[in-house]
Design a protein around this ligand. Structure first.
Ligand code: ZN
Length: 322
């Protein structure tokens, strides 16, 4: 049985119940001496000794007082409350950057406090820490970009420990967005091959599964069939769900499918893809044995697959295994 996908598996009680709606309960968690904070910013999450560094909340927030309403409670772990603090809060009126989409900040000394980007966290931290980073990054990215009411335009404030933003002017409540994306491996079982595509901006020889956002009013099955037809011009049958992965850049949920090829020739009618081809099981198996660095791929001539931390790679590996 394959393990969980990267960026999943946070070991935290998100407290999605009536306690979240109790401002006094949230305030008490805030004052709890066991309260700790994940510190996230543009350069990523603070880590120490190969794990997310949870700092005492009072150390992170000036003197333990101040802006309570901007503190976001992720939940409770075995040691107490866990908050997330944005160390690069957005400038009003400017488009906010994405949390931790980059790499490291500076040249860290061994074991010194340092930061890693969310993608690096997915590749290098323990499973539960990667899940915690995905959760914290998704929540912060939403707060950064949703500081005003989408109904009346007035500024909003976080409530319920940050799982809602509330508008005092018109009374609207706003909830964090999660945008569904279908990502699918098209398989041609009779010929034992799979269809992969590549974008022009990727390193040479890198191919991956097809993917696209679900449209309003569309089912997942419809989205899979439409995206494959749009991107490569072939028709596919009924998608079979495989697994999912949060992708907090800023708010996607990747929903992974395997879908059988029906008919049609590959036609490059889509602006997004530079190339799309069928690859045999041998070609894919060779590529799966190779290095998987996204930014610094190995030299050579054969196919390159996405990194192992990506669900695209998982879909391919699952097909190889079974
Ligand atoms: Zn409003």
């Amino acid at each position: 049985m394959p393990g969980p996908n990267a960026l999943t598996g946070a070991e935290i009680d998100r407290v999605v119940d009536s306690r979240r709606r109790d401002a006094a309960w949230i305030a008490a968690r805030r004052r709890d001496p066991r309260a700790r904070a994940v510190v996230l910013g543009d350069a990523g999450v603070r880590v120490r000794a190969g794990a997310v560094e949870l700092l005492p909340l009072a150390e992170v927030v000036d003197g333990g007082g101040g802006a309570d309403d901007e503190l976001l409670l992720l939940g409770l772990d075995d040691h107490g409350p866990v908050f997330v603090v944005d160390e690069d809060p957005p400038t009003p009126g400017r488009r906010p950057s994405l949390v931790g989409a980059g790499g490291m900040r500076g040249e860290p000394a061994p074991d010194a406090p340092r930061r890693v980007g969310v993608r690096t966290a997915a590749q290098t931290l323990p499973q539960a820490d990667g899940g915690l980073v995905a959760y914290a990054a998704a929540l912060l990215n939403w707060h950064r970009a949703h500081r005003h009411c989408s109904v009346c335009g007035a500024p909003t404030t976080p409530v319920n420990g940050g799982t809602v933003r509330s508008c005092a002017t018109c009374g609207s409540e706003h909830h964090p967005r999660t945008d569904p994306v279908v990502i699918m491996l098209v398989t041609d079982e009779p010929r034992d091959r799979v269809l992969l595509g590549r974008q022009a901006v990727w390193p040479a020889r890198r191919f991956s599964t097809l993917a696209g956002f679900v449209s309003p009013g569309e089912s997942l099955d419809e989205a899979v069939r439409r995206e494959v037809l749009e991107e490569v011009g072939v028709r596919v049958g009924a998608p079979v769900y495989q697994s999912s992965q949060p992708w907090p850049f800023p708010s996607s949920l990747m929903l992974g499918f395997r879908v059988p090829y029906l008919d049609g020739d590959i036609a490059g009618e889509d602006d997004e893809l530079e190339d799309a081809r069928w690859f045999t099981r041998d070609e894919v198996a060779d590529a799966a044995r190779g290095d998987d660095s996204w930014d610094d791929p190995p030299a050579g001539e054969g196919l390159l697959l996405p990194p192992r931390s990506a669900i695209a790679r998982r879909l391919v590996e699952d097909w190889l295994e079974g």
